[in-house]
Design a protein around this ligand. Structure first.
Ligand code: FES
Length: 411
């Protein structure tokens, strides 16, 4: 195992701040998906977790989470529309007082289902596109869905839903940012989320192909700034620079066990979307443990809460309360130890690894050294098989740069 930590200071006095209730529940209803996106954040071995909670079990999750204090609810996946009980869950969520958001590829979102979801009380829809061009949209998802998505966007607006258009950005489509914004404006989206790829899950497996250059990012940022000025409040555009181009880490999930509670399709409770890749953590299942106990008592949710778990350089850093050491998943993927500082931080001894990845992207005119790895069941099963030995010793399955469970690539 790579251990880059230097212990130079005694641990700070153990302070135990009160644990606030969760605010945001993400219900990942299924890992099944009609798309095969190369940047999907789902676990690369999702095929190992094919079991899904029943309708009754999901209803219990919603009730328990609301009783705990959660107020925002995202229905996600995979593709949540593949569950034919989605409307039942939305209706219950509405009655419980959640603000509900459907996070969807749009595949399967027919007028009939839109009517039913409207009647059930759905508040909001987030629709993903892979690009503003049919060619790239369809390549990145390995489907022919671009025209269908455009029709679905029109239907969503026709049904009076507020709509976020989401597009994940990377070196293939960053030069299209202006056209993506135009597309969102044409579709009447109230929000456009230009989500620069974060390198977890399938995106980590395809990092060499997806990593942009600094110049691409600068140009895209300038385009976004120009549009923001021109369009005023017509559409709110979110654009966040990818971590690898920063020198301080993000306060990931607003802090581990702080506001976010994710439930995977099989009922595993997760403190972040990709926590499943972390080694040495047992994620409690909602079919066996109450949500209250999971949130307040479980090791999985307490392990990285607050600042008491930190090693150097985070432990003595004056910025530790602001960024909370950054992202645990990124620390694991880049150093092999989730308790290390997020290497995005230039105080981390592993920061050079981030610099090298960015430099490699700069040196590459076209990322064609190896084919992209599409998210599909066959690839997922192959990855799970290839890592069965890793699984047998209880470590996480991830495409990591260092440490246990680090196969170093899977294309
Ligand atoms: Fe898991 Fe950041 S994505 S802690």
């Amino acid at each position: 195992m790579t251990n880059l930590t230097v212990h130079t200071q005694p641990a700070p006095p153990a302070s135990k701040p009160a644990i606030e209730p969760p605010l945001w529940l993400l219900a990942e209803l299924t890992y099944r998906c009609p798309l095969h996106c190369v940047f999907c954040y789902n676990p690369v071995n999702y095929a190992d977790h094919a079991r899904e909670l029943s309708t009754e079990q999901w209803l219990d999750v919603l009730r328990e989470a609301r009783a705990l204090g959660a107020a925002q609810l995202g229905f996600s996946g995979g593709e949540p529309l593949l569950r034919d009980d989605l409307e039942v869950l939305v209706r219950e969520a509405r009655q419980l007082g959640f603000y509900t958001n459907l996070i969807t590829s749009g595949i399967g979102l027919t007028d009939v289902r839109l009517d039913a979801l409207k009647a059930a009380g759905l508040d909001h829809i987030q629709l993903s596109f892979q690009d503003s061009t049919q060619q790239l949209n369809d390549f990145l998802s390995s489907t022919r869905t671009f025209d269908l998505k455009k029709r679905v966007a029109a239907s969503i607006k026709g049904h009076g839903f507020p709509m976020v258009l989401n597009c994940v950005l990377h070196r293939f489509n960053l030069p299209h940012v202006g056209r993506i914004i135009e597309m969102a404006l044409d579709m009447g989206a109230e929000y456009l989320e230009l989500a620069n790829t974060q390198y977890y899950g399938w995106a980590r497996a395809n990092r060499a192909q997806l990593m942009p250059t600094a110049e691409q990012l600068r140009e895209a940022e300038a385009v976004v700034a120009r549009y923001r000025k021109e369009i005023g409040g017509r559409c709110t555009i979110y654009f966040v620079v990818p971590d690898y181009f920063e020198t301080r880490p993000k306060r990931c999930m607003n802090g581990w066990g702080s506001v976010f509670l994710g439930i995977a399709p099989d009922g595993a409770a997760l403190p972040c979307h990709t926590a499943r890749s972390l080694p040495g953590l047992e994620f409690p299942n909602v079919t066996e443990v109450s949500l209250r106990e999971i949130w307040y008592e479980s090791d999985a949710f307490n392990r990285f809460r607050g600042v008491g778990w930190m090693k150097e350089p985070c432990r003595s850093c004056e910025e530790r309360d602001r960024d909370l050491g950054g992202c645990r998943c990124q620390a694991f993927l880049l150093t092999g130890d989730p308790a290390n500082a997020d290497p995005v931080c230039d105080k981390s001894q592993a920061h050079e690894r981030v610099i090298q990845v960015v430099k490699a992207a700069e040196a590459r005119a076209v990322s064609n050294e190896r084919p992209v790895l599409f998210r599909n069941d066959a690839n997922s099963r192959k990855i799970a098989r290839d890592h069965s030995q890793v699984r047998a010793v209880g470590t996480g399955i991830a495409i990591a740069d260092a440490g246990p469970g680090s196969p170093g690539g899977c294309a």
